[in-house]
Design a protein around this ligand. Structure first.
Ligand SMILES: Nc1nc2c(ncn2[C@@H]2O[C@H](COP(=O)(O)OP(=O)(O)OP(=O)(O)O)[C@@H](O)[C@H]2O)c(=O)[nH]1
Ligand SMILES: *[C@@H]1O[C@H](CO)[C@@H](O)[C@H](O)[C@H]1NC(C)=O
Ligand SMILES: *[C@@H]1O[C@H](CO)[C@@H](O)[C@H](O)[C@H]1NC(C)=O
Ligand SMILES: *[C@@H]1O[C@H](CO)[C@@H](O)[C@H](O)[C@H]1NC(C)=O
Ligand SMILES: *[C@@H]1O[C@H](CO)[C@@H](O)[C@H](O)[C@H]1NC(C)=O
Length: 467
C-alpha cells in the first residue's frame, strides 16, 4: 500500500516536471494560432507518455496521413499532389481517399467535411433508391444537397499514380469515407479516449486556413491563407495518424526550388489512365492528324465565374492563338471558301469531310491550323461565345464532332458495376485529346486547364524526342 502511493507520487512528479519543462519551451510560440497551441498541449502529453515507454512507441511503427476530398475532379487531383508532397516530407503512408467524378462539392470545415463524407453518399444513394421505388421525388435532407450527384471511384481507376513511387511516397487507397475505417487494419484506432494519443487532426476552419511551409526558413508570404504550418511542426507529431481536412489550392504549399520541381514532376506525371477514356481519345487524336499535329484550347464557359468572365476569357484565348499561329497563306481563297461551306453545313458528314481536308492541309498552318477545343459548352458550334474562333479558324473541332467516339464512351462505376458513368468520362476524353497537342491555350483560373497544360508539357517532350 505504502510503496504504491510512493510510486504514484514519483510518477506524478516526473509527469509534472516534464510538462513544466515543455511548457517553458512552448511559451515563445504564443503567437501561434490557438488551435495549434491546443495541439501542442496534446502533443506534450503524448511526449510524456512516449518518454516512459523507453522509446518503444516512437520506433519503427508505420505512420499515416490522410485528407478529405472536395470540389471538382482537378481540384481533388491537386489536393492529392499537395498531400503527397507532405506525406513524403513526413515519411508517412498517404491514405488516398475516393475521388468524386460527378458534380463538385463544397469546402467544409474539419468539423463538418468528415461527417458529410461519412454520411451523405449513403444517404443520397438510399434516397435515390427510395425515389425509384416510389416513382416520385422525395425531399433530400438539406445538409447533403451538394452530394446529390456524388459518384466516387478510386483515384487509381482514373489516374496513373506510379510517379508517387518514383518520389518515394507510400500510399494505400480507401474505398469509402466512413468513420468506421479507423477501427480496422491498418490503423486499428480504438473508438475510445485512448485514441487521443494516436490521432492528430489539423484544424481547418477556413477555406484557406493553413499554408504548409517546407522549412522553418521559408519566408514566402501567406497569400490568402491564415496561418503557417511548417513541416518541422508536423514532423514532430508522434501520432500514428495525422488528419488534414482540405489540401486543395495551387498555393497550399510554400516550396523551395527543389520541392517546386518535384511537385511539377508529379503534376506532369500523374495523368489520366483509363482504358475507355484513352482509347476514345486515341481515335480522335489520330483523326486530328496524330499527336503533336494540332493546336488545342480549353474553353471553360459553362458555369460560375467562368461563365461570368467568358468575354474576357475568349479575348485572351483568341489573342494567344493568334500569337501562336504563324500567318502565312499561299493557300487559295477558293480552298478556304470550300472549307467554310463544309463548316457551315454543320452535318456530321460535312464536318467529317472538313476534318479530312483540314488534316491534308495541316502543314499550311496559319488560319488553317487544326484546332481542337475542349469545352464545357453544351453546343459549341452554335454557341455565340465560341463563334469568333470558328469564324477565324475554319479547321476548329470539338469532341461533339466525333459522335462515334462519344457514343463508345460507356462504362459503369467499378463500385457497383451499375451506375452509368460514361458521360462523366467525357471531360476526361477532352482533357486527354487536348494534352496531345503541339501548343495549348487554356482558360485562366481553371484547374482543368492547369491539368492539360502540365500534361501537354510532359507529352510534347516525348513527341519531340521521337521525331
Ligand atoms: N466535356 C468537358 N467538360 C468540361 C470541360 N471543362 C470543364 N468541364 C466540365 O466542368 C466541370 C469542371 O468543373 P469542376 O469539376 O467543378 O472543377 P474542376 O475539375 O476542379 O476544374 P475547374 O473548375 O475548371 O478549376 C466538370 O464537371 C466538367 O464536366 C471540357 O473541356 N470538356
Ligand atoms: C511507466 O513505465 C513503467 C514500467 O514500464 C510502468 O510501471 C508505469 O506505470 C509507467 N508510467 C506511466 C505514467 O505510464
Ligand atoms: C520511413 O519509414 C519507413 C517505414 O516506416 C522506414 O522503414 C524508413 O526507415 C523511414 N525512413 C526514414 C528516412 O526515416
Ligand atoms: C476516438 O474515439 C472517440 C470516442 O471516444 C470517437 O468519437 C472518435 O471518432 C475516435 N477517433 C477516431 C479517429 O477514430
Ligand atoms: C464488378 O465487376 C468486376 C469484374 O467483373 C468484379 O471483379 C467486381 O468484383 C465487381 N464489383 C462489384 C461491386 O460487383
Amino acid at each position: 500500500m505504502k510503496t504504491q502511493s510512493y510510486k504514484r507520487w514519483v510518477i506524478l512528479c516526473i509527469v509534472a516536471s516534464a510538462a513544466f519543462i515543455l511548457s517553458l519551451q512552448v511559451l515563445p510560440k504564443r503567437r501561434l494560432h490557438e488551435d495549434f497551441e491546443r495541439g501542442l498541449r496534446e502533443y506534450e502529453q503524448t511526449v510524456v507518455k512516449v518518454a516512459n515507454t523507453t522509446g518503444e512507441l516512437e520506433s519503427k511503427e508505420e505512420k499515416y496521413m490522410m485528407f478529405y476530398p472536395h470540389s471538382g475532379l482537378h481540384n481533388q487531383r491537386l489536393s492529392l499532389l499537395n498531400a503527397a508532397m507532405v506525406a513524403g516530407w513526413l515519411n508517412r503512408t498517404l491514405i488516398i481517399p475516393e475521388v468524386n467524378i460527378a458534380t463538385a462539392t463544397y469546402w467544409r470545415s474539419s468539423v463538418d467535411l468528415p461527417v458529410k463524407l461519412d454520411t451523405c453518399p449513403d444517404l443520397v444513394a438510399g434516397h435515390r433508391q427510395m425515389e425509384k421505388e416510389l416513382g416520385q421525388r422525395v425531399h433530400l435532407p438539406s445538409e447533403c444537397f451538394d452530394y446529390r450527384k456524388y459518384v466516387p471511384v478510386r483515384f487509381t481507376d482514373l489516374f496513373d499514380l506510379s510517379a508517387l513511387a518514383t518520389v518515394g511516397v507510400r500510399y494505400i487507397l480507401r474505398d469509402d469515407l466512413h468513420h468506421s475505417y479507423f477501427q480496422h487494419d491498418p490503423l486499428n484506432i480504438p473508438q475510445n479516449e485512448a485514441n487521443q494519443s494516436m490521432v492528430y487532426k489539423v484544424l481547418d476552419d477556413d477555406r484557406y486556413s493553413y499554408r504548409i511551409y517546407d522549412s522553418d526558413d521559408n519566408a514566402q508570404p501567406l497569400f490568402n491563407f491564415n496561418r503557417r504550418l511548417t513541416v518541422s511542426e508536423l514532423q514532430a507529431r508522434p501520432e500514428r495518424l495525422l488528419i488534414f481536412n482540405s489540401m486543395f489550392g495551387s498555393k497550399r504549399l510554400a516550396l523551395n526550388d527543389k520541392n517546386k520541381k518535384q511537385l511539377e514532376f508529379l503534376r506532369q506525371s500523374i495523368g489520366i489512365l483509363h482504358p475507355i477514356v484513352n482509347s476514345g481519345a486515341d481515335q480522335v487524336i489520330s483523326r486530328l492528324g496524330g499527336p503533336g499535329q494540332y493546336v488545342s484550347a480549353h474553353i471553360r464557359a459553362g458555369d460560375g465565374v467562368f461563365k461570368q468572365h467568358i468575354t474576357e476569357t475568349m479575348d485572351k484565348i483568341k489573342a494567344k492563338l493568334d500569337g501562336l499561329v504563324r500567318e502565312d497563306s499561299n493557300i487559295k481563297d477558293t480552298e478556304v471558301e470550300q472549307l467554310r461551306m463544309l463548316q457551315l453545313q454543320k452535318t456530321p458528314q460535312s464536318i467529317s469531310k472538313l476534318l479530312d481536308r483540314c488534316v491534308q492541309l495541316q502543314n499550311e498552318g496559319g488560319k488553317l491550323t487544326t484546332l481542337f477545343m475542349a469545352t464545357d459548352s453544351k453546343d459549341p458550334r452554335n454557341d455565340p461565345n465560341l463563334r469568333t474562333i470558328f469564324d477565324d479558324y475554319v479547321c476548329s473541332f470539338t469532341l461533339q464532332d466525333f459522335p462515334d467516339t462519344t457514343k463508345s464512351i460507356k462504362a459503369t462505376s467499378p463500385r457497383d458495376n451499375n451506375t452509368e458513368i460514361g458521360p462523366l468520362l467525357l471531360p476526361l476524353v477532352d482533357a486527354v485529346i487536348a494534352s496531345y497537342s503541339k501548343d495549348f491555350v487554356g482558360t485562366q483560373g481553371s484547374t482543368f486547364s492547369g491539368y492539360v497544360k502540365s500534361r501537354q508539357l510532359a507529352l510534347i517532350d516525348r513527341h519531340q524526342s521521337t521525331m
